[in-house]
Every structure is written in C-alpha cells, then in structure tokens.
Design a protein around this ligand. Structure first.
Ligand SMILES: Cc1cc2nc3c(=O)[nH]c(=O)nc-3n(C[C@H](O)[C@H](O)[C@H](O)COP(=O)(O)O)c2cc1C
Length: 399
C-alpha cells in the first residue's frame, strides 16, 4: 500500500541487444542529470537476474512468470526513503519486442519533508517521460497522479491522503483480544529463541469491568513473567473502553500495587527481577501529565513508555469513515509524542528511564525522540511499513 508508480515500458521493434543498449543509453545520463541520489552502472542481464520478471497477462501461478532471456538494466535511487527504480529493457520467451515491468514506492521519502518527497517522486516521473520521448511505449499508473496531471498540488493531496491512510489503517487494527489469544502468545514466547530484549505488553480484557481490572493484569504477569525481559503495563490503549481512566492516581496505584505484590512472589519462584514500565497515552494536558509524573515517581515503577496511539484524529479530516477510525499511530503522532516525552523528562528528572515511541518513521525522528529525553526507542508503524531498512538507517545515524 502507498504511493507507488507502476510502469510498463515496451518497444515492438525487432532490435539486437546492442541496438537496444544504444537506444536506451540516454536514460542513465538522464538519471544523473536529474540528480538521483545514486545511479548504478548498466548491467547486461540474463535468466539468472531475479529483478526483471515479466508477468504475462494470464499469469496465475509463479510458474507463469518469465525470467529475462537478455536485457540491459540499471538501478537508480531517487533519494532517501524512496524505493529504487529499475530502468532498461529485456527480451522474454514468446513475448514480442523488448519490455520491462516495474514499480517504485516513493511515499516514505516524505518522512524527510515535502520538498525531498517531491524531488524523489518527480525524478521517477521525469525519467519515465524521458523514456517516452525516446519513442518507447509507456503504460504508467502513478498513485500520486503526477504522470497524468503534472500537478504538484494533486501530488501533494494524494501524498497527504496516503499518509493519513497509513496512520489510520495501523491504528484501526485491533489489539489481540482475550485470554485465549494471550495464552497462545505466552506459549509462543516460551518456545521462542529470540536472543534480544523481549518486552511484553499486558492489559485488561475488553469485557472486564474497570473496577476489577487488576486481576487481569496480575493473571497476565504470571503467564509471561518467566519469559519477559520487561513488562509494559498498558493503561493507554484507546481500543479498550475506559482503559485510559487507569492513568489517574487511584487507577495506577491499584494496578501497579497489585503487580508489585505479585512480582514479589514471582521474583522468589523464578529467581529473576523483571522491570515494570507504565505505557501512557499522548492525549493529556500539562496538568494531567504533571500529576501522572508525580504518581509514577511515587509508585517506584522502573520506567515509563511514551506514547501509545492518539485519540485525536483531527488530522484525518471530518469525512474519514468511522469503520476506519482507531488510535492514530505513525508519522502524524510524532510531534505529540515528542512533546509528552519532553514534559516527562523535565518532570521526572534525568535518571528516570523513558522509552520513547510514536511516529518514529526515519532516523531523523529517532534522534529527535532521543534528544527530547528518551533513553531508548521503539518503532511499530515505521517498522511495519519500512522493515529492517529503518532499523539500519537509525543505527547508522547513531554511529
Ligand atoms: C495495530 C496496533 C496494535 C497495538 N497494540 C498494542 C498493545 O497491545 N499494547 C500496547 O501497549 N501498545 C500497542 N500499540 C501501540 C504501539 O505499541 C505504539 O505505542 C504506537 O503504535 C505508536 O508507535 P508507532 O507510531 O511507531 O506505531 C499498538 C499499535 C498498533 C498500530
């Protein structure tokens, strides 16, 4: 999902590989002239090249997909955050002429601002316009609609729409519900051999009254204690009715008090101390946040995780369908989450551990979260959409 340019380039002319190479030679020079961040060398490819498969019209299974028999290709990277674009032409068995099918998702270059995104998206479109100008046949589906319209305003509107869509889509996915699913997750955790730090988020069932919620938290703690490195005490998911009420002094004292007592027993039986961190919402005014910080200090929890998703969906616009409304995560959450972390750091002092989370979709934002006062960071929506590449980018920025 998300702001992709799909392209299909072809020429029906009967050309030798050498003639094809000559015909499309200007495209690599064009990429350099346009200022693509990286432009690779021409590659002469054959059937062992995996990136240029052809999907004939009646493709049903992987066996119908054709590898190139021969071709000339190069990769170019439009810029930070954008996928690379593959350019050139290939020949395929029983397919007339030379062609190439490809796509390039540019959406996440918008994590580096509109100007940067515009440059990346426009670069790809300009390169395709240049291919058309060489007499090649182009079929393009541009989700940004710049190809058809040439309009930056239209592109901007589509970018905003897709970014809102990503944020709302992630938020609308509901948390795993019910103790049976929790049992399954706990069993997976017990079997898992993951060598890294394992945090487990615990909460109450949606149908447990808020007044007796502590029993659910304690039950969850017992099930995962042996396998968790820390516990996130989730009192802030917007998907569970009234859950956020537990962020008040009375609620927190009740939940954390019950967890502390249970942990004393668990520590003894398992011979290990598992830290408890309270996970909080971003939708609090200064006064509420100051009161929460005071409660956190008095409760002697080992840290705070800021923040969960936001219930303020105003950035999505009024006509967003109710069915797609959930807690807002991802890019639009970042500034709100940063401001909560800043206030917490100033209220809690320099030594209190804060895990920063919310809208970290680029290395720049990871650094901003750390600079706001977080000791550690977590990524969810950014990871779901950008994967390990985001982790690598953040690690590079931290080196
Ligand atoms: C689909 C989905 C499920 C989530 N489930 C939980 C959860 O079970 N417990 C929790 O503490 N936070 C949960 N969160 C909140 C995330 O941990 C995170 O705080 C939030 O998404 C903001 O980070 P992000 O902008 O990187 O996504 C969930 C978020 C999403 C989008």
């Amino acid at each position: 999902m998300g702001l992709t340019i799909h392209y299909n380039i072809s020429t029906q002319r009967r050309l030798t590989p050498a003639a094809v190479r000559e015909l499309i030679a200007p495209l690599r020079d064009k990429s350099v002239a346009l200022g693509f961040a990286e432009v690779g060398e021409w590659m002469e490819v054959g059937p062992d090249f995996p990136g240029a498969w052809h999907f004939p019209r009646d493709t049903k299974t992987a066996a119908d997909v054709l590898p190139p028999q021969a071709g000339w290709l190069f990769y170019a990277s439009p810029g930070e955050g954008s996928e690379g674009v593959l350019m050139g032409l290939c020949r395929y068995e029983n397919v007339s002429g030379w062609r190439l099918q490809g796509f390039c998702k540019t959406q996440y270059s918008s994590c580096h601002g509109w100007e940067h995104f515009l440059k990346c998206h426009r670069n790809v479109i300009e390169l395709l316009w240049a291919a058309e100008a060489l007499g090649l046949r182009l079929k393009v589906h541009d989700e940004g609609e710049l190809w058809e319209s040439g309009s930056h305003a239209q592109l901007r509107g589509n970018l905003d729409k897709y970014n809102q869509c990503v944020a709302a889509f992630s938020g609308a996915l509901k948390d795993a519900a019910g103790i049976e699913k929790f049992d399954l997750a706990a069993a997976q955790l017990a079997r898992g051999r993951y060598p890294g730090v394992r945090g487990v988020s615990i909460g109450k069932n949606f149908d447990t009254p808020i007044e007796s919620a502590e029993a659910d938290y304690v039950a969850c703690l017992r099930k995962v204690y042996a396998h968790a490195d820390y516990i996130a005490v989730n009192v802030s998911s917007p998907n569970t009715a009234r859950l956020r009420e537990l962020q008040g002094r009375d609620g927190l004292e009740r939940i954390v008090g019950a967890l502390h007592s249970e942990r004393v027993q668990l520590e003894r039986s398992h011979g290990r101390h598992v830290p408890l961190l309270v996970k909080i919402a971003p939708n609090m005014d200064q006064e509420q946040l100051a009161a929460l910080a005071a409660t956190l200090r008095s409760l002697e929890v080992e840290g705070v995780i800021a923040t969960n998703t936001s219930t303020d969906l105003s950035s999505l616009g009024a006509d967003w369908p109710d069915a797609h409304r959930g807690g807002l995560s991802g890019a639009p959450l970042h500034s709100l989450s940063l401001s909560v972390i800043r206030q917490l750091r100033s209220a809690l002092g320099p030594a209190f551990p804060i895990i920063g989370v919310g809208g970290i979709v680029s290395a720049e934002r990871a650094l901003a979260t750390l600079n706001a006062g977080a000791n550690l960071i977590q990524i969810y929506t950014g990871f779901a959409f950008r994967g390990y590449r985001l982790v690598e980018e953040i690690l590079d920025a931290l080196r």
